[in-house]
Design a protein around this ligand. Structure first.
Ligand SMILES: *Cc1c(COP(=O)(O)O)cnc(C)c1O
Length: 389
C-alpha cells in the first residue's frame, strides 16, 4: 500500500479496523476474552494491561487522529487524566495548571495532591506570562485546557508548548472541548493529549470512556502506572466507541457548522446579553483561536438578558435537552452555576463571570432551523411570563 496521508474521515472510518479473518465481515470483531495464550507470544494480553485486540486497535485510530505515535483508552476521562498526571509526578514535583479547568480535574488536584506531596499552582490568568511567573525549579508539568469551560477562553497552545520545551517540562492538554477534528495540539509541540471520550468520541451520550495520546515513550510511562491502577474500559464499550468514532468527523463538522451559525443568531438576538464563542469576531481570543483551531467547535455559552429566568427558559425548551454533560448528537444546555460549577462559591463564580443567567450550550446535529426555532419559542414564552407577572 502506498504511504499516502489519509483524510480525517478515512481515519475515523478505517484506521484500527480489526480484520475479520474468519468470516470477512465488514466491521471489527469484538474480543471479550480475559484469558489469552501466554507461551510463545510477544505480548501477554489482558484487559487490565490495556492490550486486548479491541483496545490495541482502537488506540491506533485515536493516535492517528491526534497525530501521535501511540494512545491508550481508559474507563473514563478522569481515569485518563489521573493516571497521566500520577504517572509523571512524584513527591517534591510541581505542576502548573490553568485557572479555568474541568471541575473534576481541579478537584483531583486540590483534594489528593497534598497527600502525595505534589506541589501545584493554578495560574491567575491564561496568558503566557501567567504561566511563566508561577514556574518553579521543580516544575515538572504544565496542564492546559482550551477552549475552557464554560466561557470558551483560549490558551495559546504553541506558546505553552514552546515554554515547556525550553524548560524541559512535560506539557499536557485536555482536548475534549475541541476534539481532534478541530484541534491537534501535538502539531504545536504539546507532549500529551487527553480526552474525555465520554464526549465527542462517544458522541451519543451513552459511553463513559477516556483516552490519552502521546509519544510511545510517554505512553509506556503512563501504561506502567495504568496496569497497576487498572482504569481500563470493557471491550464491549471499546467496540461501541470504535463504532461511534467512525462518525466523529461528520458529527463534529456538522455540530461545528450549526454552532457557528447559531452563535451569530444568538449574538444578534435582542434578548440575549452576551455570547461566548471563539468563532465570533467579538470574542477576545478570536484571532488566537484562528491560529490553532481548524474551526471553532460546537460548544458555546450565552447569557440571557435580565428579567428572563434561565431555569424557566430551559424548562420551556421542547427540542433541546436540559441535561448534564456535552457533545452528544443531540443539543443540550445546562446552567453552569447549578451544574458544572456548583461547587464554586458565589464570589468565585462572580470573579469568573459565571452568572445565574449563563447557559452552556452543546450544539447537536439537528436541523439548524429547528434548534433556532426552539430557542426562539422558549425565549418568547419566558419573556412574556416576565412581562405578565
Ligand atoms: C467530561 C470531562 C472530563 C471528565 O471526563 P469523564 O469521562 O466524565 O471522566 C474531563 N475534561 C473535560 C473537559 C470534560 O468535559
Amino acid at each position: 500500500m502506498t504511504k499516502q496521508k489519509l483524510g480525517l474521515n478515512t481515519i475515523c472510518t478505517h484506521v484500527g479496523d480489526i480484520k475479520d479473518e474468519q468470516f470477512n465481515g465488514a466491521v471489527s470483531p469484538i474480543y471479550l476474552s480475559t484469558s489469552y495464550q501466554f507461551e510463545d507470544v510477544d505480548v501477554l494480553r489482558y484487559p487490565r494491561y490495556f492490550n486486548t485486540p479491541n483496545q490495541e486497535y482502537l488506540s491506533k485510530k485515536i493516535a492517528a487522529l491526534e497525530h501521535a505515535e501511540a494512545a491508550m483508552i481508559f474507563g473514563s476521562g478522569m481515569a485518563a487524566i489521573s493516571t497521566s498526571l500520577m504517572a509523571f509526578l512524584s513527591a517534591g514535583d510541581h505542576i502548573v495548571l490553568q485557572k479555568d479547568l474541568y471541575g473534576g480535574t481541579r478537584n483531583l488536584v486540590e483534594t489528593q495532591f497534598d497527600r502525595y506531596h505534589i506541589e501545584y499552582t493554578f495560574t491567575e490568568g491564561l496568558k503566557l506570562s501567567d504561566f511563566e511567573k508561577v514556574l518553579q525549579p521543580n516544575t515538572k508539568m504544565i496542564y492546559i485546557e482550551t477552549p475552557s469551560n464554560p466561557l470558551l477562553k483560549i490558551v495559546d497552545i504553541k506558546e505553552i508548548a514552546d515554554l515547556s520545551i525550553s524548560r524541559n517540562i512535560i506539557s499536557v492538554i485536555d482536548n475534549t472541548f475541541a476534539s481532534p477534528v478541530i484541534q491537534n495540539p501535538i502539531d504545536f509541540g504539546i507532549d500529551i493529549v487527553i480526552h474525555s471520550a465520554t464526549k465527542y468520541f462517544g458522541g451519543h451520550s451513552d459511553i463513559c470512556a477516556g483516552a490519552v495520546a502521546s509519544t510511545q515513550e510517554h505512553i509506556s510511562t503512563i501504561w506502567n502506572l495504568a496496569k497497576n491502577t487498572g482504569g481500563s474500559l470493557s471491550d464491549f464499550t471499546v467496540w461501541m466507541l470504535e463504532r461511534s468514532m467512525k462518525t466523529l468527523g461528520i458529527r463534529v463538522r456538522t455540530q461545528n457548522r450549526n454552532a457557528k451559525k447559531i452563535a451569530r443568531f444568538l449574538e444578534r438576538h435582542e434578548r440575549i446579553n452576551k455570547v461566548y464563542y471563539p468563532g465570533l469576531k467579538s470574542h477576545p481570543d478570536y484571532k488566537l483561536a484562528k491560529t490553532q483551531m481548524k474551526s471553532f467547535g460546537a460548544m458555546l455559552s450565552f447569557e440571557l438578558i435580565e428579567g428572563i429566568d434561565a431555569s424557566a427558559f430551559l424548562k420551556a425548551l421542547n427540542l433541546i435537552k436540559p441535561t448534564m454533560s456535552l457533545a452528544g448528537v443531540e443539543s443540550t444546555m445546562l446552567l453552569p452555576y447549578k451544574a458544572s460549577h456548583a461547587l464554586l462559591s458565589q464570589e468565585e463564580r462572580d470573579a469568573q463571570g459565571i452568572t445565574d443567567r449563563l447557559i452552556r450550550f452543546s450544539v447537536g446535529i439537528e436541523s439548524r432551523k429547528d434548534i433556532i426555532q426552539d430557542i426562539e419559542q422558549a425565549i418568547l414564552k419566558t419573556s412574556s411570563k416576565v412581562l405578565i407577572n
